[in-house]
Design a protein around this ligand. Sequence first.
Ligand SMILES: *Cc1c(COP(=O)(O)O)cnc(C)c1O
Length: 492
Amino acid sequence: MLFYSTRGYRERVFSEEAIISGLAKDGGLFVPEKFPNIAHRLEELSFLTYEALAYEIIKLFFNEFSDDEIKDCVNSAYTGRFKVQVNNNFLELYHGPTSAFKDAALLFLPQIMKKAKEKTNFKNDICILTATSGDTGKAALEGFKDIKGFKIIVFYPKDGVSEIQEAQMRTQKGENTYVVAIDGNFDDAQNGVKAIFSDGGFKQYLDDRGVSISSANSINIGRLIPQIVYYFYGYFRLVSSGSIAMGERINIVVPTGNFGNILAAYYGKRMGLPINKFVCASNENNVLTDFINTGIYDKRRELKLTESPSMDILVSSNLERLLFELSNRDSNLIKELMDELNKNGFYKINEAMKKNMKDFYGGFATEDEVKKAIKSVYEDKNYLIDTHTAVAYSVYQKYRKATGDDSKYLIASTASPFKFVRSILKAVDGNKFENEYKESNDFKLLEVLGDITKNKVPKGLASLENLEIRHNNLCNKQNMEEIVTLLLKVGD
Ligand SMILES: *Cc1c(COP(=O)(O)O)cnc(C)c1O
């Protein structure tokens, strides 16, 4: 299997190079040359464990790796660390070390990166640099922890993540993990990391000292492919519980930020998974809703901070891969669109592409609708959902009302409600929250939410308060290169 760049049809590389480099040389994203079709194998695959299914699907794309290598990656990533469950129509993707769905991708990526490094005889240590608004950083730390030949430095905005998220990062174990609080907001952290990546002189300096820098962000194809697995797995659970017949088409509903998760579902359909509609759910940052409805992608607006922070995003990078498919793989056109977005802040797709997008429905939920969704699902079904999942649930109610479509469906449930405990308590019982709990810290609130709802606090979160703080780095946003030099011990 070869991988192409979305912006230059001629660049073709094997998976190990695509995984190591992350981004293509022309700035495009890597896409598989074709989608292996497994429609005829659905029955046989439906009986597999999550790990066995992951092996079957991932090896079709990364076939320069031996069967044993893929098996090894899958087992090291997932066995005893991550599982997927279907509860009613919710595809729960958060049963992993960090209690959010990014574990599915970020537990696997380091394993395959390590093998890719060996295969390409890449001698330098690789240092992963990531800016995070909360979820990605912790999941990446957990994934790269103690992986030989790798180090990871995560930058987060000092006052821009929740108490739980900060504790998750600052207590991170591992001899190769570093966490730095930035005196600034998320944009400062992200711009700082981008500046490091575009500083050729600094990269050369590190290179001369045996370190190459790389990123773990969601455009890496090694992160995207493993996300296809859970859509098949979820579909098979609906079959085995008798909710649907094998082959019946279902709708997939995804709370969307960078467009990676929903794109994985689309890749699944291209491989033969029976999907009817993709419901792309946004919060009040509804750039994607507008795009799906009008064909115009326009980022020229204010970013709003919402209670579903992992979806507070104006440029959804992985959308570029969908555009590539919608244009029948016209890389020149994609390059033009991306240049327009950079230059003018917007682009418009042509009618043919718009027609090819007909399987996508876009909608958004307001902050108030999110709160109401959490409360009503809890009261009606005695089931707790987090704020991101509530965005998806709320949008799906609107979709059904608008279309009358009563297909069976799966809603991607992307985080444990305990991870966003303050928002959840506010939504479930606002008055009580104001009067009794508002002043308590997040750790106390975990207990409260557990007690009220009779749900068990996820182990990783329950133990947080008592873990040793291992990371105390604080840095000015102008000094990020210096702290990298210091932490990597490559100063002169
Ligand atoms: C990252 C994230 C999302 C958005 O997923 P994308 O793949 O970026 O679209 C949704 N919910 C949670 C909890 C997340 O961490």
